[in-house]
Every structure is written in C-alpha cells, then in structure tokens.
Design a protein. Structure first.
Length: 273
C-alpha cells in the first residue's frame, strides 16, 4: 500500500488522521523562498513552527512524523542556519526530515552532514537543476528515499499544469532511475477519489504502474481550513477507505496500467488546451 502523508500542525487533526490509517503526519517548516515561488498560485503558505513537532508527536500513535525543513541556508536575522534548524527538529522528535528545493550536490551533502544519521531522511526533488544532477545525487550512500515535488518542478519547467510531468515522461524517467538504485520514491499529491482536475483515481493507478511507494493527501482531500472535527473524521474515514479499496483493485488488475497512462496523457492534454 502507498504510504499516505497528510500535512497538518493541528494535534487533534493529526490524531484523527493517525486513527484512520494515515502513515505519516507531515509538519511543514519551509518558508524561505516559498512565497516568491508560489505567491501567485492557489497554494497554502505554511505557518507551522518547530514547537508544533512535539505537540503533534504526542498526539499520534502509529503514524510517523515527517518534518520538511527550509532549503539549505545560512543564518540570517529571520532564520537560524540549516545546522541549527535541523538540530532543533531532531530534538523535538522528528522521525524523518525532508530537504526541499535543493539545486546542487553540495546542498544535499551538507544536509546529510547536518542530520548525521540520527533520523531518517527524504529528499524532495523539485528543481530542474536537481533533475540534471540526479545521477550524482543517487550515488550518495545516504540517499534512501526521494519524493518528486510536482508543483515546484512544473513551475521550474514552465508548465501550465503540474501533472504534465506525469504525461510527458519526466516522472517515469526519474522513477526508473530510483527503482534501479532500489530507493523508495513517491510523487505529487492525491485528492479524494473523484476530486481534482485530474481525478485522483487516475493518479493512484499511475503510482502503482510506476512503482511509487508514497503520496501526499492534498488540500482537495481534506481542507486545512475545515475546523469541524466530525466532518474531518468522516472525511478521513471515508476517503482513506476508498483509496485503499482502489489500491486493492490496482493490485488485482495490473494489466490496465498501460491503458490508464494513455488516459492520463489525453486528459492532461485536454486540460492544458
């Protein structure tokens, strides 16, 4: 089954997600450069803090706690250095630390030196520059897991729609490289079944065709603006059940994946037109 991740810093919401089979709760500390890159888009700018880590950690029982830190950076008046930030994230109880928006091999190496094997790591590959040097990155022995960030990567390539990268073969080429290195990998986000411009069921089938092991539950799955816990609980109970049922179907009917890819390409092209 896919490892499903959900982004929240609300302990009560994290508890509901955990109880309903979400595999990873995702705290997002990334702020540096995010507004400039995505300021004109319909995206949520994170307001999470390091203090949220301990509170959410105490609320969950089964799920792992993943924390996305800022891109590699030096100390400024507004931010502590990457070394200090990662140190605090580890002290507060992160199980996995994710590095976003890297462009050079040196940034990745510095990240691994900061973590020093104390917790697990995940690289968020989301820049064209990182794609260009992905073979060098994959030679690093510390690389155990990579997630392809379709939103920023599509912006970097000047695409109109982030799932163009699924249709044009970019994601498939990267997944093949990861698979050859026996590295865990995932990509993008998924909504509840039947939702999204490109309905989630098509994307989930592509995850299975490509051997992906992980996906983020998007805002279209459960809006971070929703405050009614009963509605949130029902959303997770129903939504996760439907996703898992589709996954069982995917396992039974692997022969339709190639046909699904043709549908994905056709629908993405329709959306872009």
């Amino acid at each position: 089954m896919l490892k499903l991740m959900y982004i929240t810093n609300q302990s009560d919401v994290a508890k509901i997600a955990d109880e309903n089979g979400v595999d990873r709760i995702f705290i997002d500390l990334e702020k540096i450069g995010k507004k400039e890159r995505q300021g004109g888009m319909d995206t949520v700018q994170s307001q999470h803090s390091i203090e949220d880590i301990s509170e959410v950690k105490n609320a969950i029982k089964q799920a792992e706690l993943l924390v996305r830190v800022n891109p590699i950076h030096e100390e400024t008046e507004a931010y502590s250095s990457s070394e200090e930030e990662i140190e605090e994230v580890i002290k507060h109880g992160a199980d996995i630390i994710m590095l976003p928006f890297f462009k050079t091999l040196e940034e990745v190496q510095r990240f691994f030196r900061c973590v020093d094997g104390r917790v697990r790591t995940c690289l968020l590959l989301e820049t064209p520059e990182a794609v260009e040097i992905v073979d060098e990155i994959l030679k690093l022995p510390e690389v155990k897991e990579i997630h392809i960030g379709l939103n920023d990567l599509s912006l970097g390539y000047g695409k109109k729609f982030m799932f163009e990268l699924l249709a044009d073969g970019t994601v498939e080429r990267l997944c093949r490289k990861f698979r050859e290195k026996e590295i865990d990998y995932g990509f993008g986000g998924i909504a509840a079944l039947g939702k999204g411009m490109l309905p989630s069921e098509y994307i989930i089938k592509e995850h299975y065709r490509l051997g992906s092991t992980c996906a983020i539950l998007s805002r279209s799955f459960c809006s971070p603006k929703e405050t009614d816990l009963d509605i949130i609980r029902n959303t997770f109970e129903t939504g996760i059940k439907e996703i898992r049922e589709l996954e069982e179907e995917c396992k039974r009917r692997c022969d339709y994946f190639l046909t699904n890819r043709d549908v994905v390409i056709e629908k993405v092209n329709e959306i872009c037109r």
